[in-house]
Design a protein around this ligand. Structure first.
Ligand code: HXC
Length: 514
């Protein structure tokens, strides 16, 4: 064969392999409003930046008529490319090829891409669309998943890992996304460990695949998914936006964008939070006024909405924001809010993203369900995560800051670098009504006019504790600031703390209460 013929053959082979499972299967994928594995990659990456690895990979299975059967690219497209000019490694499962099922070589390709991400210090993006372990390959396909899980853990905390769930992701396969940092699930995707038919057999419960594994279930109830997207295009947009806030690895700072460095006071902040502590408001309105261009990428908006977490920028610098949400459960911390908050704090700490905590918390949520569900163990995660975090930690107490929840929202004693309070802040062991009932029970009972005496004592308690001045006197608060000036204070503090380095005793790892 001449070189021209060899090149022609090469190109034909490549073209054929790149068609995956063929035109009919691609049409089926499109009919379900889904992109193919390669279209997802093209949409995510900068134009012409993709370098594919392993297009010619072939399985070694001979069971059940598999000998000699070709699965293009082994059902997963892997390689590297750039997003906004920054390198990422990726794997995109091709449902048109044997349902994206993961055999030995399929999984090895994914692992190779993960290792490349690790060695080059670049994020790993895994687009899941698969029927799970390739049944014909038996133990080899299970071993393949085992290797993926192991390497998810190796990458954890070193490079950001993002999973997109674009189709089925069932059985043990769901544990790879679960081991990554963020899960973006499309509306049509389904995630579960055991599907509806197995559940019916085992427990008699009946449920549809959508209700069990759709985004509503996996975000709102389970807190497994971090973002829900109506389709692949939206999911990929979220992925790009998320990457823009993150450094490529744990040794780098997040990218800093050019920003106007003039901060004008925002007087609306002075009145946005009602002075009446019983009144709710949407804390996202405060967040969007504090950050560049009102651009806030909220993480898990529909899970534990009593706490709001997400990414934003202040004068071009990425920050992680954690805020109580007084419009839901009065912003109290419960089991799910503690899990959500602590996990986010740990992610930010691992990837050098400063933390801004906005406090308006009446306490931990009371209730038998909370106690028996382990609020002590879960709430402790917030204390642990903030105490263990060494990134710049800045806290703003807007209104209520009561009891243990005040400390759990990055109180000063957790080596918080700056604590600011608004004049509306109330910092105390508990709210005035509850406190007076405990410490003056006898005095109130014996008073000539118990109602009047109770009110007097509440007012006295309020003027002593329910202000930021007592806390500032004890240096639990570093400064009391006008709400309108908060963005300026945050920007200055981020500047001052930019070179912060904090060293802790060497240990294998701390024991966060799981
Ligand atoms: C081999 C598979 C496969 C699998 C699908 N296919 N799943 N091949 N191993 N796990 C193949 C089908 O045979 C079919 O091949 C093609 O992919 C498309 O599948 P369909 O069933 O036609 O598609 P659809 O109707 O859309 O249904 C998709 C599905 C279903 C819901 C994912 O295929 C399904 O239930 N698959 C099995 C899921 C499962 O139980 N997997 C094992 C989970 S346990 P042809 O040749 O007809 O195109 C697991 C363990 C991991 O993953 C353990 C890690 C520790």
């Amino acid at each position: 064969m001449s070189i021209e013929e060899k090149v022609k053959e090469l190109n034909e082979r490549k073209e054929r392999l790149k068609l995956g499972g063929g035109r009919a299967k691609i049409d089926q994928q499109h009919a379900q409003q889904s992109l193919t594995a390669r279209e997802r990659i093209e949409t995510l990456l900068d134009k012409d930046s993709f370098q594919e690895v392993g297009l010619f990979a072939r399985h070694r299975c001979t069971n059940f008529g598999m000998a000699g059967k070709e699965f293009p690219a082994e059902g997963v497209v892997t390689g590297a490319g750039t997003v906004g000019g920054r390198l990422v490694h990726l794997a995109s499962q091709d449902f048109t090829v044997a349902g994206g099922s993961a055999g030995e070589v399929h999984s090895d390709k994914i692992v190779q891409s993960m290792l490349s991400a690790l060695k080059t210090g670049t994020p790993f993006v895994f687009m899941n669309d698969s029927g799970g372990a390739r049944i014909q390959e038996g133990i080899d396909s299970l071993a393949g998943y085992g290797k993926i899980f192991y390497h998810n853990v190796m990458l954890s905390g070193v490079v950001p890992q993002i999973s997109l769930i674009c189709g089925p992701c069932a059985g043990g396969a769901a544990y790879s996304p679960a081991l990554t940092d963020f899960i973006i699930q499309t509306a049509g995707a389904r995630m579960f460990i055991t599907g509806p038919s197995v559940i019916k057999e085992a427990t008699g419960e009946e449920i549809t695949a959508e209700a069990l594994g759709g985004p509503l279930s996996q975000m709102n109830y389970a807190g497994v998914a971090h973002f829900v997207a109506e389709n692949d295009l939206v999911a990929l947009r979220i992925c790009k936006r998320l990457l823009s806030f993150l450094p490529s690895n744990n040794l780098e700072d997040p990218p800093q964008l050019q920003a106007d460095d003039i901060v004008v006071p925002d007087k609306t902040l002075n009145t946005l939070v009602p002075t009446d502590p019983k009144k709710g408001y949407d804390v996202r309105q405060v967040i969007t006024r504090l950050v560049d261009g009102g651009d806030f990428l909220e993480v898990q908006p529909l899970f534990a909405p009593n706490i709001v977490v997400g990414f934003a920028r202040i004068l071009g610098r990425s920050v992680g924001v954690v805020a109580n949400q007084p419009s839901v459960l009065a912003g109290a911390l419960d089991i799910n809010a503690s899990d959500k908050g602590a996990r986010f704090v740990r992610f930010c700490n691992a990837f050098n993203i400063p933390l801004i905590t906005l406090v308006d918390v009446p306490g931990f949520l009371p209730g038998v369900q909370q106690e028996q569900g382990g609020i002590i163990r879960h709430g402790a995660k917030m204390l642990f995560a903030y105490s263990a975090a060494t990134v710049p930690k800045i806290t703003v107490i807007m209104r209520k800051a009561y009891g243990g929840a005040f400390l759990a929202m990055c109180g000063k004693e957790l080596e918080t670098d700056r604590v600011f309070a608004w004049p509306t802040a109330e910092i105390a062991v508990m709210g005035p009504q509850g406190a007076v009932n405990v410490i003056f029970r006898n005095e109130i009972a014996q008073a000539e006019n118990p109602q009047k005496r109770r009110q007097e004592l509440i007012e006295s308690y309020q003027s002593t504790f329910a202000t930021p001045y007592a806390a500032a006197g004890r240096r639990d608060v570093d400064d009391i600031i006008e709400p309108a000036e908060t963005r300026r204070h945050l920007a200055m503090t981020l500047d001052i703390l930019h070179s912060k380095r904090e060293f802790r005793p060497m240990k294998k790892h701390g024991l966060i209460p799981l």
